[in-house]
Design a protein around this ligand. Structure first.
Ligand SMILES: CCCCCCCC/C=C\CCCCCCCC(=O)N[C@@H](CO[C@@H]1OC[C@@H](O)[C@H](O)[C@H]1O)[C@H](O)/C=C/CCCCCCCCCCCCC
Ligand SMILES: O=c1ccn([C@@H]2O[C@H](COP(=O)(O)OP(=O)(O)O)[C@@H](O)[C@H]2O)c(=O)[nH]1
Length: 397
């Protein structure tokens, strides 16, 4: 009996020991993130003229949300900007949607560039090249097709472009959509990715994701334009690297990137994550080791072994407490980033969270196993370092 009491006491001591620092972390995290991610956008000082922004929208294909997503770019509350839509394929149905919007909002400065211009391997850069060449303002916003803007998103990004900052990026997140795939995407971007994105930003590690980024055009021109990064598929990473090497800082804007693609399926989402892992592995090989270490199950197993080895604590109890605390912290992080009520209940969150944790090792190993990268209609191979080459489809005789 005494032994049992002793064990229970040891366990509750252990729980308390494990919980106190993590509870303190949770509190600090909540305060810091609330400040970082949801501060009020202050208007620029009235004596400063608003800098003009050329917005590059590379488009390829249509989805059910494309019209309404693009429309948000016409209704932004920002005084000086132009919209440069870029569509490579002249028979792409996205052209029709853009034309409708241009007609609907004749007062918004907007142009359409079709045909692209082959300056390298990266198809997004080839597509954007004519728009980039025609851009007339000092700031460039590269914004992917699935992104939605709020009225004040551009103002928020511009206000982060302070002295010494060369690039303002948005942390990827998602709009509220229905279905399990949408829950999974929100759970992924609001927990696993947000955690490493914010940690990397804190440590000044280059984590820029190019789906929504405001950049000083002069800094791109200095190295020969966007085509300087067209030999890479991850042009975003190398662009940010180049700015950092020239002493410029990067900054996360206070609003996340509201991804709202009309295609929301588990398979395509997992294929996207696998493609990104392949890019990161080729660009920064140390991620092969570091990324698994940032996962709850892996770091938990390592920590449990360590506390057993060092302090003879029960590794199973430690592991379970670790998973529970990690799970709760993920819920807090997601709620902070959402900054409002979530579109799903706690049970859906548990399901989404468990599904992601279980699939993550499989997706990671799959990415290592098959290095060919399929992006939209093309397939590529990456050399170590990140330089890409396109694999031509085999011609059947
Ligand atoms: C013990 C704990 C260690 C933690 C280790 C964490 C390791 C990872 C650290 C930071 C990585 C943050 C990465 C977040 C971005 C993930 C999304 C992504 O991979 N995006 C890539 C593709 O983006 C699309 O590419 C095509 C483009 O046209 C689209 O528009 C894009 O959206 C993107 O290219 C990746 C960018 C960032 C890569 C960062 C890799 C850095 C690894 C550093 C490792 C050391 C960090 C250690 C400190 C935490
Ligand atoms: O061959 C391509 C592939 C992509 N894109 C554009 O590049 C951006 C990012 O593409 P996607 O959403 O497929 O990339 P992800 O975010 O999944 O990496 C989008 O605006 C696409 O329209 C493009 O112009 N040509």
């Amino acid at each position: 009996m005494r032994n049992t009491v002793c064990v229970v006491q040891q366990e509750s001591d252990l729980t308390a020991k494990t919980n106190i620092p993590e509870a303190v972390c949770a509190f600090c995290l909540q305060r810091v993130l609330k400040w970082k991610l949801h501060r009020k956008v202050s208007k620029l000082p009235s004596e400063t003229p608003y800098p003009g922004v050329s917005i590059l929208k590379p488009l390829m294909g249509v989805d059910p949300n494309l019209f309404s997503n693009l429309e948000t770019f016409f209704t932004m509350n920002y005084p000086v900007y132009e919209l440069l839509f870029c569509i490579e394929d002249k028979s792409d149905p996205a052209i029709m949607i853009v034309m409708q919007l241009i007609q609907k909002y004749p007062t918004v400065s907007s142009r359409l560039f079709t045909g692209g211009s082959v300056v390298g391997v990266n198809p997004k850069i080839n597509n954007m090249q004519p728009g980039f060449t025609a851009a007339k303002y000092d700031l460039i916003l590269i914004s992917d097709s699935g992104i939605r803007m709020k009225e004040d998103t551009l103002l928020d990004m511009v206000s982060c472009m302070t002295e010494g900052v060369g690039l303002v990026h948005q942390m990827p997140f998602t709009c509220d959509r229905d279905g399990f795939a949408a829950t999974l995407e929100k759970v992924y971007f609001g927990t696993a990715q947000a955690r490493i994105y914010l940690a990397a930003d804190l440590l000044r590690v280059n984590c820029h994701t190019g789906m929504s980024a405001l950049i000083r055009k002069a800094l791109i021109d200095e190295v020969g334009g966007i085509q300087a990064f067209s030999c890479y598929l991850a042009e975003d990473f190398f662009l940010a690297k180049s700015l950092k090497e020239r002493g410029w800082r990067m900054c996360i804007s206070s609003q996340p990137a509201w991804q709202n693609s009309g295609v929301c399926e588990i398979n395509s989402f997992q294929a996207r994550l696998t493609r990104w892992t392949k890019l990161r592995v080729a660009m920064v090989p140390s991620t092969i080791l570091l990324e698994p270490l940032s996962e709850c199950v892996v770091i938990g197993a390592c920590a449990s072994w360590a506390v057993w080895f060092l302090f003879s604590w029960d590794p199973l109890v430690f592991y379970l407490v670790h998973v529970l605390v990690w799970f709760l912290l993920d819920w807090i992080l997601l709620s902070i980033i959402q900054n409002g009520s979530l579109p799903f209940n706690k049970f859906d969150f548990v399901m989404g969270w468990l599904f992601r944790e279980c699939c993550s090792p499989y997706l990671y190993l799959h990415a290592l196993w098959d290095p060919a990268i399929r992006w939209r209609e093309r397939t590529y191979r990456l050399k170590w370092g990140g330089v890409a080459e396109e694999l031509k489809p085999k011609v059947k005789v």
